[in-house]
Design a protein around this ligand. Sequence first.
Ligand SMILES: [Mn+2]
Length: 292
Amino acid sequence: MKQQTFGILGFPWDGGASLGPPGARYAPHAIRENLQWIQNRISDQKIYHVEKRELIDFSNRPIVDYGDIDIVSYSYEQTFKNAELAVSKMLDENSFPFILGGDHSFSYPLIKALHDHCEGNIAIIQFDAHLDLVDENAQQGRFSQSSQIRRALELPRVKAENIVQIGVRNYNYPWYDQYLKEIPIQQITAREVYQTPLDHVLKKILAACEGTEKVYLTFDIDVLDPAFAPGSGGHESGGLTPMQCFELLEGLYPHIDAMDIAEVNPYYDFKGVTTSLAARIVMDCASALTKR
Ligand SMILES: [Mn+2]
């Protein structure tokens, strides 16, 4: 069934940023502020999309702000429970959940909410420089910004072959060599995105989603090169360009059921460069969904 509204939900949380710098809790506010600059151009529920040369009409699918998740600073369990309930409510109300993070740990309860809201398998499309498949360790525990995809894999209807990671790069722990041979997670590295026509990349992403009932998209802002997105928690050079991301996302918006933006960190940003990029992505998704 068609989702009737485009719902924005803030998740001002950086309790899982155990190895990265804090500050992502300020992102929902900063992204909304930037979004306002774009939305000021909406008149009579319409806005002109310059690049598509067309009028976008939000009257069929208005943008609704659901406010922020209630944060319980001392308890990720309680906070994640609140997040699950908030997303579940949006799905009940037939609203498309677009969640503004937050450090990346926050995706787990959001994915779980979508998972528990349907009966079939769900796919996860992850734009990220990082793999976030750490099981647990002494410093970070089990629910940090490095583990949310590993936790999602433990959900009964999330299969490794329906997880696709785009833009992963640089170096990581030695155990990944063996782990990634054993587990059929799909990866399209940053280098492969540069070397492959984008429509082929898109086909590969969509192939990983085949046979699933719902698709969750998580967009870690650090998938972009730090030159384009300085306001993030974990910089890895050799990242994607904004246009590569916009193009790929545009091909995915018709297929997804919920989305988040993670790891935007206003403390590390420069003159709102990163938050304005995040706001643009929110707006692109809202615009694309008016067409479904
Ligand atoms: Mn990351």
